[in-house]
Design a protein around this ligand. Sequence first.
Ligand code: NAP
Length: 343
Amino acid sequence: MRTLISGATGFIASHTVEKLLAEGHEVVGTVRDPSDAEKTEFLRKLPGAAERLTLVAANLNDPRAFADYTGDADYVIHAASPYVLTVKDAQRDLVDPAVNGTLSMLRACATSKRIKRVVVTSSVAAITDEPDTSQILDEADWNDRSTLSRNPYYYSKVCAERAAWKFAEDANPGWDLVVINPFTVIGPSKSVSLNTSNQVIADLLNGKYPAIMDLTLGLVDVRDVAEAHVQALASDRAKGRYICAHDLRTVRQIAGLLKSSGFDNARLPSLGLDTRLGSALIHLAAWLQPSGVRTYLHSHLGRVPRFDNSKIREHLGVTFRDLDRSIVETAEDLVRWGHVPER
Ligand code: NAP
């Protein structure tokens, strides 16, 4: 089995590469620059990589980025996409690479008679950008609120996923499309690079949160997300989209857990602004933040997401690991990589 995976250096993709190698796949991973030893060495050191991992160059902004790599693949995972909340130009820096990169991968796949399935990493960001406590989200929901100026990262993900489904419908290729929609992904990193989602835990530990805000995060461990991608490749039952989210934790719960797990000398927030008045104050203060952070706060403060993750558990057999353990392991890993000072 030969599997092509884009953005192999990424937080989620590198765990997925590790699992694919462990399952005996021949893996071709695309990275921006395979000769950049600092960014790629950790992948080449994964068990099985010396024998079965090839790294090749691809940039999402190149329309023919993947054209040379799909010919001998059996399966494809498209994970590469810019994951940043604040950018200078949302169209250029987020939407174009997300959408054009997805389409150039799918176009390249459509020329192959060998590929059986393409799995695209989308996000819960393509499902909602403003959780509504009264609604249980499932795979039928689509984010129709984000724009270039409101939660632009979310907009890039919903545009890319919509483009992927439209392409698959119009081109009617020989493979089927399966999409994984993870919520906020945490967990140990395979590389020193600090992912935007783990940054939340790093910021909490580094005193960047002035107070406990009324934010509730849908969380999932990166190792479970990687497992979902691997299961999605070959499972007979895999079809359509999959919400990949384990459970919810408030910022208060995360800070409390970290404190009781030995991180009490760190600069965890203690001032409680997770009240109606507190949220009103933070809502105002958010106007001083860059637009990506501001619109995120405005659309998430005080809102509790609810979701149904039964499809991924039933179809792909994903069993989510203990979430509190994941949070603590994330914090320990942030210390190990030097993103957070020693306890
Ligand atoms: P990540 O670590 O930032 O990985 C993103 C990957 O995309 C990196 O390999 C990056 O390459 C690559 N990339 C970005 N722009 C590129 C470009 N112009 N050309 C080529 N490659 C480019 O983030 P991640 O969390 O693993 O994200 C992987 C996927 O999961 C993304 O599609 C993201 O939207 C999705 N997702 C993430 C989360 C989460 O909480 N982490 C949740 C839901 C969905 P470089 O290493 O060279 O920058």
